[in-house]
Ligand binder design. Sequence first.
Ligand code: FES
Ligand code: FES
Length: 211
Amino acid sequence: MESDQIQDDSTEKTMSRRGLLGRTATASAVLAVGGRLADPATADAADAAPEPDRGLVDVVLRVNGRVTRLRLDPRVTLLDALRDRVGLTGTKKGCDRGQCGTCTVHVDGRRVLSCLTLAGAVDGRQVTTIEGLARDDDLHPVQQAFLDHDGFQCGFCTSGQIMSAVAVLREGHAGSAEEIREFMSGNICRCGAYANIVDAVQAARAAGVMD
Ligand code: FES
Ligand code: FES
Protein backbone atom coordinates (compact mmCIF):
# COMPACT_ATOMS: atom_id res chain seq x y z
CA MET A 1 0.00 0.00 0.00
CA GLU A 2 1.29 3.45 -0.85
CA SER A 3 2.03 5.70 2.07
CA ASP A 4 -0.58 8.30 1.04
CA GLN A 5 -3.43 5.81 0.99
CA ILE A 6 -5.74 4.46 3.71
CA GLN A 7 -7.08 0.92 3.58
CA ASP A 8 -10.74 0.36 4.54
CA ASP A 9 -10.77 -3.24 5.93
CA SER A 10 -14.56 -3.68 5.94
CA THR A 11 -15.19 -2.81 2.33
CA GLU A 12 -11.74 -3.49 0.95
CA LYS A 13 -12.03 -0.12 -0.75
CA THR A 14 -9.02 2.05 -1.01
CA MET A 15 -9.32 5.78 -0.61
CA SER A 16 -6.51 8.23 -1.15
CA ARG A 17 -5.65 10.53 1.79
CA ARG A 18 -6.17 13.55 -0.50
CA GLY A 19 -9.65 12.29 -1.40
CA LEU A 20 -10.54 11.79 2.24
CA LEU A 21 -9.43 15.30 3.16
CA GLY A 22 -11.37 16.71 0.24
CA ARG A 23 -14.55 14.98 1.31
CA THR A 24 -14.13 16.07 4.91
CA ALA A 25 -13.66 19.70 3.86
CA THR A 26 -16.72 19.54 1.66
CA ALA A 27 -18.78 18.07 4.48
CA SER A 28 -17.62 20.77 6.88
CA ALA A 29 -18.51 23.49 4.40
CA VAL A 30 -21.97 22.01 3.90
CA LEU A 31 -22.52 21.82 7.65
CA ALA A 32 -21.35 25.40 8.09
CA VAL A 33 -23.66 26.68 5.37
CA GLY A 34 -26.48 24.58 6.75
CA GLY A 35 -26.00 26.03 10.21
CA ARG A 36 -26.13 29.56 8.86
CA LEU A 37 -29.25 28.89 6.84
CA ALA A 38 -30.87 27.38 9.88
CA ASP A 39 -30.48 30.69 11.72
CA PRO A 40 -31.67 33.63 9.53
CA ALA A 41 -30.96 36.15 12.28
CA THR A 42 -27.31 35.17 12.25
CA ALA A 43 -27.20 35.41 8.47
CA ASP A 44 -28.76 38.89 8.50
CA ALA A 45 -26.36 40.06 11.17
CA ALA A 46 -23.39 38.78 9.19
CA ASP A 47 -24.62 40.44 6.00
CA ALA A 48 -25.16 43.73 7.82
CA ALA A 49 -21.75 43.65 9.55
CA PRO A 50 -19.69 46.77 8.86
CA GLU A 51 -16.34 46.61 7.14
CA PRO A 52 -13.75 45.23 9.54
CA ASP A 53 -12.01 48.33 10.88
CA ARG A 54 -11.97 47.06 14.42
CA GLY A 55 -8.99 48.27 16.38
CA LEU A 56 -8.27 51.28 14.17
CA VAL A 57 -7.80 54.61 15.89
CA ASP A 58 -8.61 58.15 14.79
CA VAL A 59 -5.58 60.39 14.75
CA VAL A 60 -5.32 64.10 14.01
CA LEU A 61 -1.92 64.90 12.55
CA ARG A 62 -0.91 68.56 12.49
CA VAL A 63 2.02 68.64 10.10
CA ASN A 64 3.66 71.85 8.98
CA GLY A 65 0.55 73.76 9.99
CA ARG A 66 -1.83 71.57 8.05
CA VAL A 67 -4.35 69.25 9.70
CA THR A 68 -4.87 65.70 8.43
CA ARG A 69 -7.40 63.34 9.99
CA LEU A 70 -6.53 59.68 9.67
CA ARG A 71 -7.92 56.32 10.76
CA LEU A 72 -4.94 54.11 11.44
CA ASP A 73 -3.80 50.85 12.87
CA PRO A 74 -2.40 51.92 16.25
CA ARG A 75 0.91 50.26 15.34
CA VAL A 76 1.57 52.66 12.43
CA THR A 77 4.64 54.79 13.03
CA LEU A 78 4.76 58.53 12.51
CA LEU A 79 7.30 57.90 9.74
CA ASP A 80 4.98 55.63 7.78
CA ALA A 81 1.98 57.89 8.38
CA LEU A 82 3.91 60.89 7.07
CA ARG A 83 5.21 59.12 3.99
CA ASP A 84 2.32 56.82 3.09
CA ARG A 85 -0.75 58.65 4.33
CA VAL A 86 0.11 62.35 4.39
CA GLY A 87 2.29 62.15 1.27
CA LEU A 88 5.33 63.90 2.72
CA THR A 89 8.28 61.83 1.55
CA GLY A 90 11.06 64.24 2.45
CA THR A 91 11.48 62.34 5.72
CA LYS A 92 13.47 59.24 4.81
CA LYS A 93 13.37 55.69 6.10
CA GLY A 94 16.85 54.35 6.69
CA CYS A 95 17.15 51.66 9.32
CA ASP A 96 13.55 51.85 10.61
CA ARG A 97 14.88 50.93 14.06
CA GLY A 98 16.23 54.08 15.66
CA GLN A 99 19.86 53.75 14.62
CA CYS A 100 20.49 56.20 11.78
CA GLY A 101 18.62 59.47 12.42
CA THR A 102 17.46 59.73 8.82
CA CYS A 103 13.82 59.93 9.92
CA THR A 104 14.29 62.88 12.32
CA VAL A 105 11.36 65.31 12.57
CA HIS A 106 10.26 67.80 15.21
CA VAL A 107 7.29 67.28 17.51
CA ASP A 108 6.32 70.40 19.44
CA GLY A 109 9.73 71.78 18.53
CA ARG A 110 11.78 68.84 19.83
CA ARG A 111 13.49 66.36 17.56
CA VAL A 112 12.22 62.78 17.55
CA LEU A 113 12.93 59.69 15.52
CA SER A 114 9.73 59.22 13.59
CA CYS A 115 10.42 55.52 13.00
CA LEU A 116 10.24 54.94 16.77
CA THR A 117 7.24 57.21 17.35
CA LEU A 118 3.70 55.95 16.93
CA ALA A 119 1.46 58.24 14.92
CA GLY A 120 -1.18 57.95 17.60
CA ALA A 121 1.26 59.29 20.18
CA VAL A 122 1.46 62.65 18.43
CA ASP A 123 -2.28 63.07 18.03
CA GLY A 124 -3.00 66.81 17.99
CA ARG A 125 0.63 67.83 18.48
CA GLN A 126 2.65 70.04 16.14
CA VAL A 127 4.83 68.05 13.76
CA THR A 128 7.42 69.73 11.54
CA THR A 129 9.14 67.94 8.69
CA ILE A 130 11.79 69.06 6.25
CA GLU A 131 9.00 70.31 3.97
CA GLY A 132 7.90 72.72 6.68
CA LEU A 133 11.19 74.57 7.14
CA ALA A 134 11.24 76.79 4.06
CA ARG A 135 9.08 79.90 3.87
CA ASP A 136 7.53 80.04 0.43
CA ASP A 137 10.51 80.23 -1.93
CA ASP A 138 13.04 81.05 0.78
CA LEU A 139 15.01 78.14 2.17
CA HIS A 140 15.51 77.93 5.91
CA PRO A 141 18.97 79.36 6.74
CA VAL A 142 20.20 75.91 7.78
CA GLN A 143 19.08 74.45 4.45
CA GLN A 144 20.95 77.26 2.71
CA ALA A 145 24.04 76.63 4.84
CA PHE A 146 24.03 72.95 3.85
CA LEU A 147 23.95 74.02 0.21
CA ASP A 148 26.66 76.64 0.66
CA HIS A 149 28.98 74.19 2.46
CA ASP A 150 28.24 71.04 0.44
CA GLY A 151 26.86 69.37 3.54
CA PHE A 152 25.72 66.31 1.60
CA GLN A 153 26.64 63.95 -1.18
CA CYS A 154 23.87 61.48 -2.06
CA GLY A 155 21.42 63.45 0.09
CA PHE A 156 19.63 60.49 1.65
CA CYS A 157 20.51 61.45 5.22
CA THR A 158 20.22 65.19 4.60
CA SER A 159 16.65 65.88 5.69
CA GLY A 160 17.37 64.19 9.01
CA GLN A 161 20.69 66.02 9.34
CA ILE A 162 19.04 69.38 8.73
CA MET A 163 16.19 68.70 11.17
CA SER A 164 18.76 67.73 13.79
CA ALA A 165 20.92 70.76 13.00
CA VAL A 166 17.98 73.13 13.44
CA ALA A 167 17.22 71.50 16.80
CA VAL A 168 20.88 71.61 17.89
CA LEU A 169 21.00 75.34 17.20
CA ARG A 170 17.73 75.86 19.06
CA GLU A 171 18.97 73.79 22.01
CA GLY A 172 22.18 75.84 22.20
CA HIS A 173 24.40 72.85 21.52
CA ALA A 174 26.32 74.28 18.57
CA GLY A 175 29.03 76.06 20.53
CA SER A 176 31.93 74.18 18.95
CA ALA A 177 32.64 71.58 16.31
CA GLU A 178 33.02 68.95 19.06
CA GLU A 179 29.68 69.87 20.58
CA ILE A 180 27.95 69.75 17.20
CA ARG A 181 29.46 66.34 16.49
CA GLU A 182 28.35 65.11 19.91
CA PHE A 183 24.77 66.36 19.65
CA MET A 184 24.36 65.19 16.08
CA SER A 185 26.03 61.85 16.66
CA GLY A 186 22.70 60.07 16.16
CA ASN A 187 22.61 61.17 12.53
CA ILE A 188 24.65 58.80 10.41
CA CYS A 189 25.96 59.78 6.97
CA ARG A 190 27.07 56.83 4.86
CA CYS A 191 28.75 59.25 2.45
CA GLY A 192 30.90 60.67 5.23
CA ALA A 193 29.97 64.31 4.70
CA TYR A 194 30.46 65.03 8.40
CA ALA A 195 33.13 67.74 8.06
CA ASN A 196 30.96 69.80 5.73
CA ILE A 197 27.86 69.22 7.85
CA VAL A 198 29.69 70.62 10.88
CA ASP A 199 30.89 73.55 8.78
CA ALA A 200 27.32 74.26 7.71
CA VAL A 201 26.01 74.21 11.28
CA GLN A 202 28.83 76.45 12.48
CA ALA A 203 28.15 78.88 9.65
CA ALA A 204 24.46 78.97 10.54
CA ARG A 205 25.34 79.66 14.16
CA ALA A 206 27.80 82.38 13.17
CA ALA A 207 25.01 83.97 11.14
CA GLY A 208 22.88 84.09 14.25
CA VAL A 209 20.47 81.29 13.32
CA MET A 210 18.81 80.00 16.47
CA ASP A 211 15.65 78.48 15.08
FE1 FES B 1 14.60 56.10 12.00
FE2 FES B 1 16.88 55.09 11.06
S1 FES B 1 14.97 55.31 10.01
S2 FES B 1 16.52 56.05 12.99
FE1 FES C 1 24.76 60.34 1.53
FE2 FES C 1 24.68 61.39 3.98
S1 FES C 1 24.90 62.44 2.06
S2 FES C 1 24.25 59.37 3.40
